[in-house]
Ligand binder design. Structure first.
Ligand code: NDP
Ligand code: OXD
Length: 320
């Protein structure tokens, strides 16, 4: 019998990464891994902690003595919008490695569109040697980030290092060195200045469908890239996919990089796969490092058990 309180995990991640991370995690605690067949019908009462990513809908009813729920990712829409959750603290995953990898993806996509990577890829397939003109610099282009939380702020700083002019928009006003920011009321002004729009918003009732035709029409036309570009790694539910396709077809958008989709995996029928100015990645911008996730949960459990406050607790009313 372990001397510390047990943990239940229900993580729809790659199995190998979970098994590997469990070897050195939660020392002194029993871990009930719901992916193992022998735990299917197990009594989950008396377990105070759950670490979950897209868990079984029955989990929260079965684990009725939970005290804290840990999200396996930075986003919490996978549980807040899909389950009748008990009124417990939900802690989201905030992690250096996840943040760094998201910023790598965002900077990569912004540079790819700046340096015409999709167009050169087409030329390469056709064995065409042709230098595309003009070649704007990062400093000629304004990247506007929607969502200035942990991920948005880090991406903003790293885009700035690459030379982009960076502005940002969030629900509440922010002060970030070297970056002009806009609050909710400043959306029009923000969009009118944006050449590359980066979506790093959580999915909530307020942000569902926010990237739609009306929004794309308000982005700056005729900037250094000619037409605006849309990059989204927040959540697919925030984009109206038909509007993204239409905006690309009509030339309201000049290109897009999409990591997230309303329905994942993206349907093989989606026109987005075949569009030459679109880069699609399979919700891979910043996957959770499972070892880091367990270390974060352990740290928060230690805090909780020693009477300190939990960190990164979700505001259930705001939805993130
Ligand atoms: P945070 O909670 O730290 O930041 C969220 C930001 O969005 C805040 O600036 C917040 O404003 C802003 N925001 C929320 N609602 C609104 C609104 N209605 N209007 C304007 N701004 C709003 O989250 P993170 O930065 O850690 O993560 C952001 C999202 O990235 C996650 O929720 C997840 O969906 C996604 N993600 C995607 C991954 C991938 O691999 N594709 C990996 C990890 C995360 P304010 O500052 O005023 O509160
Ligand atoms: C997350 C994600 O929310 O990977 O962490 O989408």
């Amino acid at each position: 019998m372990a001397e510390k309180s047990p943990v239940v995990i229900d993580l729809k991640f790659g199995r190998a990464s979970v098994t590997d991370a469990l070897r050195n995690a939660f020392v002194g605690r029993d871990v009930v891994d719901m992916a193992l067949p022998e735990n299917a019908g197990r009594d989950l009462s008396g377990i105070p902690y759950a670490v979950v990513w897209k868990p079984d809908p029955q989990l929260f009813a079965r684990a009725r003595d939970l005290k804290v729920i840990f999200s396996g990712g930075a986003g919490v829409d996978h549980i807040l919008s899909a389950y009748e959750l008990p009124d417990l603290p939900v802690v989201r995953f905030v992690d250096r490695s996840l943040t760094d990898r998201m910023s790598e993806w965002v900077v990569l996509q912004a540079l790819a569109h700046l340096r015409r990577v999709p167009a050169y890829a087409v030329q390469q397939r056709a064995r065409v040697w042709h230098e595309i003109d003009p070649q704007p610099e990062a400093r000629d282009v304004t990247v506007g980030i929607m969502g200035l939380g942990v991920l948005g702020q880090d991406a903003a700083r790293k885009l700035k290092v690459m030379g982009f002019n960076v502005i940002g928009w969030s629900r509440t006003a922010k002060t970030i060195d070297g970056i002009e920011t806009f609050d909710a009321a400043g959306l029009d002004a923000f969009l009118g200045r944006t050449d590359i729009l980066v979506g790093l918003l959580p999915l909530t009732p307020d942000t569902r469908g926010i990237y739609d035709a009306r929004l794309f029409a308000r982005l700056r036309q005729g900037g250094a890239l000619g037409k605006p570009v849309f990059i989204n790694a927040g959540r697919g539910g925030s984009q109206v996919e038909a509007d993204v396709v239409a905006a690309l077809e009509k030339g309201v958008l000049g290109g897009a990089s999409l990591d997230v989709f309303g329905r994942e995996p993206l349907s093989p029928e989606s026109p987005l796969w075949g569009m030459e100015n679109v880069i699609v990645t399979p919700h891979a911008a910043a996957a959770s490092d499972v070892r880091a996730l367990f270390a974060h949960a352990e740290e928060q459990i230690e805090r909780f058990e020693s009477g300190m406050s939990l960190q990164h607790v979700v505001d259930r009313k705001a939805g993130y």
